[in-house]
Every structure is written in structure tokens, then in C-alpha cells.
Ligand binder design. Structure first.
Ligand code: FAD
Length: 497
């Protein structure tokens, strides 16, 4: 943005969106694709809320089958296919193994039935068919898993994503289509004229200045922050969103090459141990949270719960605190329903208040495209253009393939070009262009990851990173690396000093 925000955002938009998590980002992307003029405001960094704190699965949700939510699972499995086909650099297939023990609440036959049904609901979008495993096969697939009482298991397939970057690529794609998108801009209130929403008052978080933006429609995609906004603009039901907290631990060692789905005996919940960035992502918890989303923290009890269960699953592993690389907590913004948090439906709802503000609530990350398309349909008053076959984000589309010796041609370390291609998809040449402009940018910033300096420059120049944390956590994921020297963080901080 070259001008002051009040000048930059001076036109009257068709739609202004509050919140730059995955739902706000995708509404901006789809609204812009449908010819609407769009402004999007995010009070922190894009994806800094729940959308970078998920389990990072694009999945139908095997466990929703026991709630008989077949439509939700089928819908999510179809969306899984759309994401895999449209953004293969960000969404990748992953094998899951469920070991089943004699004393598990869900016996082996039930798990076999579950994965059979899961594949049936996937229909032609099955990634790879499930298979039943003997106890020996489970042990071979998951070395280190508890053997005592193991009766067998199943293997099935889902997908894993980079949640923060998928959100970002929706924002960048919206921007490319003409949307005005801004992070570190907080919507303080909705402007109302004769009782109808006519725009928003925004505070530039970096400067403290406030300004007004006019719009024909206002959409609230504030996720866990929806209730405080609703209090100022009631739709008749208080606390429409139920926020439940989920914590993850990033553990230094890759405990398994496959994702493991485990049953917790104490509360019948399930949890995952997932290979992620060469390490293990262990999670999650699911407990009601009634505080301010801004005050959310990981508590010692959350970590204890996860590490205790991980230890039961991998009894020979010595889980030491020093091997916990990172922890993070997120809030599920679920449509309010009574009952145990794990049983609350993940269906989404789009409602309009009497003042005309459209609220997007509930849903799963997996179904974000569908949620956003439903929202834009509501805004247009007619069906939005169908994006269910191919839904492009910033790095989608054909990835240019260069000659075999491309690492040498760009004088980068071996494997760098392949890494950049799998990270940025069709946009990877943009980063290599920076290397050509300034060869000093070709150097890896640290031993802990293949990240090169050009990616930091790219994050700042093109990907709207405005703080060191934006780069470290949400653009390049360096914060999740077990790094002894912290050279990578220092390399990023240099650009912000
Ligand atoms: P958010 O990402 O929270 O975005 C809302 C944004 O609004 C925030 O960035 C916030 O800063 C901004 N905002 C708030 N108020 C204002 C304001 N006044 N002005 C400007 N901006 C504002 N789903 C899956 O499909 N797969 C999974 O594996 C999965 N795992 C999960 C694990 C956990 C622990 C949790 C908590 C959720 C998980 N989910 C998963 C669900 C999924 O992550 C969420 O449904 C999704 O990220 C919600 O996105 P959102 O855009 O609604 O909310």
C-alpha cells in the first residue's frame, strides 16, 4: 500500500470482510472471482487465528461417522479432492494407521466398518483404498507402537495441508483479482445508516489511526471472535459460536512415517500423532473455552494430557520436555450446540442480522471453499460461479519444469529448486528470480531447514509479511523447526531491525 489507508480504501466496495482467517480469505477470493469489489481487514496477520492452529488435515473426518453425520463427511471428502487437485503444493495425501487394542472402546470390526464406509462415501475420490492390518502388520507399519494388547488395525488415506500458507494463498489470489486486502487492520465497529450496515470503522494497528470504509455489504468471518462482534449486532441468539480449545505439541522426533490415529481410553476421544516437517505433530485436546480469544494460552495440563497419551502409544520413547519444539493452541469456532465438545457438529451456518451483516460460523478448514461459495451466493442473491472442479489459489496451475541441472543453473544448493517448487507451486520461479537479481539471496539461512534468504525477501515484498513473526511462523514455518542455533530467526530479524 503506497498511500495512507484512508486514501487507499476510499471507494465504496461491494463487500467488506472482517477477518483474514481461511473463511474470510476464501470469501474474498470467491467474491472477487465473481466480479465483486472487495476489501478485507485482518486485525493480526493473515491466518494468525485458528487457521494456523489446526491439525493440518484436509479430511472427511472419520470420527464424525459415529455421530451419523454422513452428509458432512461426504461433503468434506469431496472438498478434499478439490483441494488435492487445485493446490497440490499445499495439500498432500497421507497414509493413516489406526492400531486397535483389546480394551479399546471402538473394537476392530467397528474400525474396519468405519474405513469401509469412509471409502464408500469418498466414491470416485478415494485417494487409495483402505486395508485391514494384522497386529504384525501394524507393528511393521508403526515401529515403536505399543504391542501389548494389539489385535490389529486399519490403514486409510486422507490429506495434510499447510494451513497458514493455504490461507495466505487465498488472500494473495484475491488480491491478484483486484481485492484490497490488509493485515494489521482491526475493524472496530460497523457503520450503520438507518439501521443498515454501510461499512466499517477500521484502526490501523501499526499506527493507531482510524478511518472509515464504505461498503454495500459487510461479512463477518471473525471465527472465535464472532461473539464479541455479535454482541454489538444481535441476531437474537447470544453466544451463537461455541469456542472449544485445541492444543498441539510439535515433538522433535518423527515417531512414525505414517499418521497414527489413537483412541484415548479415559474419555473415548481420539488423537493423532502425525509426521510433520520432519518431526511429529501431537494433538489435540478439545475443551470448552469461555475467555477472550486474545488471551488463549497453552497450559501445562494440556501438554501433560497429550504427552501422557503419546507415551502410552509409544512406550519405549523417552518423552523429554527438551524435545518439545513448539506448542500452539487454537479455538474451534463451532455453531453453538449442547453436549460434549467433540460431539458438536462441524457444519457451517451463514446468517444475516437485521442490520444486513452476514455472519459465517462453524465449519471445518477442509470445507472452506464450499463455505465461502455459499456466502458469496448469499451476497449475490444468485448462485456464485461453480468452483467445485478447480479452485485456484496463488500457486495453483501448471508448475514450469526446468532442465535437470536447474540447481546448477541458478547456482543454488542441490535440491533447492525441487524444494521451492513443492513449497510455492507454480510461483516458485518468482523466488528464483530474486536469486538472479541478488545472488547473495541464494544461501540457506540456517542448517535447520532448506529455507533460503530469497524466501524472506519474497515473504516481505510479495506475501505481505509485516513482522518477523509473520515470516517465522506463518510464511516459512521456521518457528516449528528444532533449531539449535536460532540462526534462522536472526536472519529474519535482520530484515526488521
Ligand atoms: P480464524 O482463522 O480464527 O479467522 C478469524 C480471523 O478474524 C482471525 O485471524 C482474527 O484475527 C480476525 N478478526 C477477529 N476480529 C477481527 C476484527 N474486529 N477485525 C479484523 N479482524 C478480526 N479443520 C479441518 O478441516 N482440519 C483439521 O485438521 C482441523 N483441525 C483443527 C484443530 C484445532 C485445534 C482447531 C481449533 C480447529 C481445527 N479445525 C480443523 C477447524 C479449522 O481450523 C477452523 O474451522 C478454521 O480455521 C476457522 O477459520 P476462520 O476463518 O473461521 O477463523
Amino acid at each position: 500500500m503506497n498511500q495512507t489507508p484512508e486514501k487507499h480504501f476510499k471507494k465504496t466496495y461491494d463487500v467488506v470482510i472482517i477477518g483474514g482467517g481461511i473463511n474470510g480469505a476464501a470469501v474474498a477470493n470467491i467474491a472477487a472471482s465473481n466480479g465483486l469489489s472487495v476489501a478485507l481487514f485482518e486485525k493480526g496477520d493473515f491466518a494468525s487465528g485458528t487457521s494456523s492452529k489446526s491439525t493440518k488435515l484436509v479430511h472427511g473426518g472419520l470420527r464424525y461417522l459415529e455421530n451419523f453425520e454422513f452428509d458432512l463427511v461426504r461433503e468434506a471428502l469431496r472438498e478434499r479432492h478439490v483441494q488435492l487437485a487445485s493446490a497440490p503444493h499445499l495439500v498432500k495425501p497421507l497414509s493413516f494407521v489406526i492400531p486397535v487394542y483389546r480394551t479399546d472402546a471402538r473394537p476392530l470390526w467397528m474400525m474396519k466398518l468405519g474405513v469401509w464406509l469412509y471409502d464408500r462415501l469418498s466414491g470416485k475420490y478415494v485417494i487409495k483404498p483402505h486395508r485391514a492390518l494384522t497386529a504384525q502388520e501394524v507393528s511393521a507399519a508403526l515401529p515403536g507402537i505399543r504391542r501389548d494388547g494389539l489385535v490389529g488395525g486399519v490403514e486409510y488415506y486422507d490429506a495434510q495441508m499447510d494451513d497458514a500458507r493455504l490461507c495466505l494463498e487465498n488472500v494473495l489470489s484475491a488480491r491478484e483479482k483486484g481485492a484490497d486486502v490488509a493485515n494489521y487492520m482491526e475493524v472496530r465497529s460497523v457503520i450503520k445508516e438507518i439501521g443498515r450496515a454501510a461499512g466499517v470503522r477500521v484502526r490501523d494497528v501499526m499506527t493507531g489511526k482510524t478511518f472509515e470504509v464504505r461498503a454495500k455489504r459487510v461479512v463477518c468471518c471473525a471465527g472465535p471472535w464472532t461473539n464479541p462482534l455479535l454482541e454489538k449486532d444481535p441476531i437474537g441468539i447470544a453466544n451463537r459460536v461455541r469456542t472449544t480449545k485445541g492444543v498441539h505439541v510439535v515433538y522433535k522426533k518423527k515417531l512414525s512415517d505414517r499418521a497414527v490415529l489413537l483412541q484415548i481410553k479415559k474419555d473415548r476421544r481420539i488423537f493423532f500423532v502425525i509426521p510433520w516437517m520432519g518431526q511429529s505433530l501431537i494433538g489435540t485436546t478439545d475443551t470448552d473455552y469461555n475467555g477472550s480469544p486474545d488471551d488463549l494460552e497453552v497450559e501445562a495440563e494440556d501438554i501433560r494430557y497429550l504427552m501422557t497419551e503419546a507415551k502410552k502409544a509409544f512406550p519405549n520413547e523417552i518423552f523429554e520436555e527438551k524435545n518439545i519444539v513448539a506448542t500452539f493452541a487454537g479455538l474451534r469456532p463451532l455453531v453453538h450446540q449442547r453436549g460434549h465438545p467433540s460431539k458438536v457438529s462441524r457444519k457451517h451456518v451463514i446468517e444475516e442480522s437485521p442490520s444486513g451483516v452476514v455472519y459465517v460460523m462453524g465449519g471445518k478448514y477442509t470445507t472452506y471453499r464450499l463455505i465461502a461459495e455459499d456466502c458469496v451466493t448469499k451476497l449475490l442473491g444468485k448462485r456464485a460461479a461453480d468452483s467445485s472442479r478447480f479452485y485456484p489459489v496463488y500457486g495453483s496451475g501448471p508448475v514450469p519444469v526446468l532442465a535437470e541441472d536447474e540447481d546448477r543453473k541458478f547456482a543454488v544448493a542441490q535440491g533447492t529448486v525441487a524444494y521451492l517448487r513443492s513449497f510455492y507451486g507454480s510461483r516458485y520461479m518468482d523466488v528464483l528470480q530474486l536469486v538472479q537479481e541478488d545472488p547473495a539471496c541464494k544461501e540457506p539461512v540456517c542448517d535447520c531447514s532448506p529455507v533460503i534468504a530469497a524466501q524472506i525477501v519474497y515473504a516481505i515484498r510479495t506475501e505481505m509479511a509485516r513482522t518477523a513473526d509473520d515470516v517465522i511462523w506463518r510464511r516459512l514455518g521456521l518457528g516449528y523447526q528444532a533449531c539449535g542455533t536460532k540462526k534462522c530467526r536472526k536472519a529474519v530479524l535482520k530484515y526488521f531491525s
